[in-house]
Ligand binder design. Structure first.
Ligand SMILES: [Zn+2]
Ligand SMILES: [Zn+2]
Length: 269
């Protein structure tokens, strides 16, 4: 496979180009479908939650798994009926609000499918820039939700009924909340002019970080243990418990800057 070089940082990785050609092959109609963002968001959310459903099931019989639960009274893993109830609620929000609203947004946005994949550098910069931008927008949105009582009562409070969240509950919210966060994520990629491959990867990482933040476990190989700039599940669980701290979704710098950071309680081994 050929590698085109247009200068330093413009090396097109054969892997990315091959992946992009594979994704595009005969799939243009699907890739340009206005329903794709909602479908992709829903399906990857379910798939990324699956390992935590296994973990929650194992946690009912395995002490080792329970020892990874976050301290400060996180309690036993949620039973299967909570997962099932949550699944139907999220599905209902998608069918009634998210699918039609994001389809409308996609029609306005009219995405295009370029021939070439992004270069490695472009891919990395776009994904990282999307994460930084979305992190900032979410932080502002989240502060507003907590500082304005009307917004909290009518939109955000529903998500906070989970004092001790679990993976699937990352999307268990009021339809207005779910929609606004999905539109913020789509807009972040749109404003930055991302390549569709970078955007798809950003949404994948975004979903994973949201699922991990709500999973209820402080796992030995969790991302926040490898990358200290990330808050992770203990950080977000502190938000669900205390409400007035740790507003950012991934990184901790905005909370540190605005004095709303609260260090999570360390898991006892
Ligand atoms: Zn949450
Ligand atoms: Zn909140």
């Amino acid at each position: 496979m050929s590698v085109s070089c247009a200068g330093i940082g413009e090396v097109r990785a054969p892997l990315l180009q091959g992946l992009w050609e594979c994704v595009r092959a005969g799939q243009e109609d699907i890739l340009l479908s206005p329903y794709l963002p909602a479908l992709y968001g829903f399906v990857i959310h379910l798939l990324l939650c699956a390992p935590f459903l296994v973990l929650d099931t194992l946690g009912r019989v395995c002490q080792r798994v329970r020892s990874w639960r976050i301290t400060a009274g996180s309690g036993p893993p949620p039973p299967l009926r909570r997962w099932v109830g949550c699944f139907w609620k999220v599905l209902y929000q998608y069918l009634t609000t998210i699918v039609p609203a994001t389809a409308l947004f996609q029609r306005v946005r009219s995405p295009v499918m370029p021939e070439l994949a992004p270069s490695c550098w472009q891919f990395f910069v776009e994904v990282f820039a999307c994460l930084l931008l979305f992190d900032m927008l979410f932080f502002i949105w989240h502060i507003c939700m907590h500082r304005f009582p009307w917004l909290y009562r009518n939109i955000h409070q529903l998500h906070h009924r989970h004092h001790i969240p679990f993976a699937l509950a990352a999307q268990d919210s009021n339809s207005g909340e779910l929609l606004s966060l999905l539109l913020l994520a789509l807009s972040s990629a749109w404003v930055l002019g991302c390549h569709p491959l970078s955007e798809a990867f950003f949404h994948l990482i975004n979903s994973w970080l949201a699922v991990e933040a709500h999973c209820g476990y402080d796992l030995p190989l969790a991302l926040h243990r490898l990358l200290p700039c990330l808050g992770g599940a203990p950080y977000h669980q502190a938000h669900h418990t205390l409400l007035s701290v740790n507003y950012a979704p991934y990184f901790t710098h905005w909370d540190l800057l605005f004095g709303t950071f609260r260090a999570p309680v360390k898991r006892s081994q």
